[in-house]
Design a protein around this ligand. Sequence first.
Ligand code: FMN
Length: 352
Amino acid sequence: MGAAAIARPSFAETASPKTYDAAVQITWRPLDPAGGVREIVRAGTLGANSHNTQPWRFTVSEKQITIGPDFSRRCPSVDPDDHHLFASLGCAVENTVQAASALGFKAEQRIEASNSDRITITLDRGQPAHNELAAAIIKRQCTRTEYDGRAVNAEDMDKVRAAGTLDGVQCMLVTDRSRMDAILDYVVQGNTAQMRDPAFMAELISWIRFNDSMGIEHLDGLSGRSSGNPSLPAWIARPLLRFVMTEKGENDKYAKQIRSSAGIAVFAAASNDKAGWIAAGRAYQRFSLLATTLGIRQAFINQPTEVPSLRPQIASYLRLGNRRPDLIVRFGRGPTLPPSLRRPIEAAIDPS
Ligand SMILES: Cc1cc2nc3c(=O)[nH]c(=O)nc-3n(C[C@H](O)[C@H](O)[C@H](O)COP(=O)(O)O)c2cc1C
């Protein structure tokens, strides 16, 4: 069966949202048990992804979903080797697999060749299974705010560590305050280097959606709301940015955010190639879904993995051996922020 037969949009997706809140309601609506393969794809698009560029293409049939890169949505400045792009595909894979089991499919994931660009998920009909990770798909978010500083208990730490240990990925949890401060120091060095790099800043700004109308027009990118920033007209916000978003201001913000967190999770895959990057994304996504079920918030602090000169330094500090530090995330308990948005799945589905 071709994609046209599978990809019939629901009313919710054809109606264009008039407000940010309406777009949130559409994007994060519960998975429809009668929605079949199409809903599994939608769950995939709700995964975390770098700069919310949604850098994926899906090919869909009744028995199979293939997820591949959309290189037109890559970020060459922050992610020149497409590491984050493939990690984002891994996040989509994990949501797809979890949603499949909840919606009555057995899903098996296969990477087409050892270093292929594409991941195929084969679907066999089964019985819908109660799956708390699938239920968390529509509640998960990257929460870029301060947390409450409380520790997470040992039992919950064990659960999130186990969830993040997948496909050979190591999930290291750091809770010692002096080690967290050392990681903060690398984050500050990385953020400073990035903010001094005009190409990095230009790329970042191109994905910022300064106000609600920009957010609902694009349905991608980094909305002010989900970053905890006020909604402003773009013509005011753009020139103001260099006064509001200063090196010191951002570094102080990261210091407060990390010091308010219960700990830091580091994900390091077994191999530094596309298969490893996909696995790291998948492990992170499972970690974040499980954290969501426990009311634990999390947000990325990837700067030391993104600045090439810092990557070996933090790998050595964390004693990762020859593993690449793929993703770094702080976690803890705190409030939620308004969610990010997603494009309708039609924008990401190719004919099979
Ligand atoms: C590989 C990868 C790298 C990311 N890097 C960062 C980062 O360095 N800083 C950050 O604030 N968010 C980062 N994010 C989070 C995305 O910006 C976020 O997933 C996206 O905006 C969608 O928001 P949501 O996850 O809340 O739905 C990253 C996500 C992925 C998958």
